[in-house]
Write a new protein. Structure first.
Length: 63
């Protein structure tokens, strides 16, 4: 087994450990954080970013 197969197998098993619903929530938060970073780079207001992403102002400022 190569490193790629090992990492894929480990990720697959981790997905089952955390469960489908929790995994989707983690993924959703990651997407919202990436979107917030992009919006900050375009100098959008933090309050607008919070409304669009559902992240708190504190979370956005920490990105």
């Amino acid at each position: 087994m190569g490193i790629e197969e090992f990492l894929l197998d480990r990720a697959y098993k981790k997905g089952f450990e955390i469960g489908y619903k929790e995994g989707r929530e983690i993924g959703k938060k990651e997407v919202n954080e990436e979107m917030a970073i992009s919006m900050k780079e375009h100098n959008l207001a933090v309050k607008l970013i919070a409304n669009c992403t559902g992240l708190s102002i504190k979370e956005i400022e920490e990105l």
